[in-house]
Ligand binder design. Structure first.
Ligand SMILES: [Mn+2]
Length: 275
């Protein structure tokens, strides 16, 4: 089973087109989507329609729930709140119906569970190994035999088996280049389950505005993290046309400093073990 894994599309149709075209080339059996199809972006209806056509195993993200009025905006930054007011007005009946049909947690063939933030909270940011440990413990308890927990929400690619040998697959080397980042693969070895976050399709919070996605190959036991360029200028034109802030598709990594240090330490440790 080969899954194409998407998360945090956020109404960015240009990024979604780039990602689905690339996954179409690669070839997958099924799509997984960890939520936040809308919010921030200029084309929520188009994104919902495109995602629905992929017939993915898909969950609702906090922005999808806010758009439906099922979750309060109080934990949101001002930019998100402003975009959310516009999104709620702009959503078509079909798009609303699709979003309303999404569960908060879903299970796919091969022992894969999907949620947006964490298993029980679409607003929780799982950024650290100790959080992954908690999530994977709960996964083992509530989904016996599950091998992978896919989450989104942080907009940062992440892979952890809940022990100290976790990886943050965003090597520093590509950060100064405008080339697509080389895809980095994580071997899902060992008997433990893995928590995987593909990073955001539609709203980069890294230095470069790239669209991220993940290929999850269960037969090979491998997750491959991709980051590809897309027509961000076209996306910004659409934002401008809708009167939305043009920075909506690329937020600077403000949280970076807070969590990067322990993660970097773990990464270098993992590299040493791999050598
Ligand atoms: Mn989210």
């Amino acid at each position: 089973m080969r899954y194409g894994v998407l998360a945090d599309i956020h109404g960015n149709v240009q990024a979604l087109e780039a990602v689905t075209a690339e996954l179409g080339r690669i070839g997958v059996d099924r799509y997984l989507c960890a939520g936040d199809l809308v919010g921030y972006g200029a084309q929520p209806n188009e994104c919902v329609e495109m995602v629905a056509r992929l017939e993915p195993i898909c969950v609702a993200g906090n922005h999808d729930l806010m758009a439906l009025g099922e979750l309060s905006e109080e934990r949101c930054v001002r930019l998100a709140r402003r975009s959310m007011r516009w999104t709620r007005e702009a959503l078509s009946d079909d798009a609303r119906a699709y979003l309303a049909s999404l569960p908060r947690r879903a299970e796919g063939a091969g022992g894969v569970v999907v949620a947006h933030g964490s298993l029980d909270d679409p607003e929780e940011y799982v950024l650290r190994v100790n959080q992954a440990t908690v999530q994977l413990g709960r996964l083992a308890h509530e989904h016996p035999g599950a091998k992978v927990l896919v989450v989104g929400h942080t907009h940062l690619a992440f892979a952890s088996d809940g022990s100290s040998t976790s990886l943050e697959p965003a090597p520093e080397t590509w950060k100064t280049s405008l080339e697509p980042a080389p895809a980095s693969a994580v071997a899902l070895n060992g008997s433990r389950a893995w928590l995987l976050n593909p990073g955001a399709v539609g709203q980069s919070r890294e230095r470069l505005a790239l669209a991220r996605f993940m290929l999850l190959d269960l037969e090979r036991g491998e997750a491959t993290f991709h980051a590809i360029p897309y027509d961000i200028e076209g996306g910004r034109r659409m934002l401008r046309r809708r009167g939305l802030p043009t920075r909506s598709y690329h937020l600077r990594p403000t949280r970076w400093k807070a969590w990067s240090r322990p993660l970097r330490r773990l990464l270098s440790r993992a590299r040493r073990i791999a050598r």
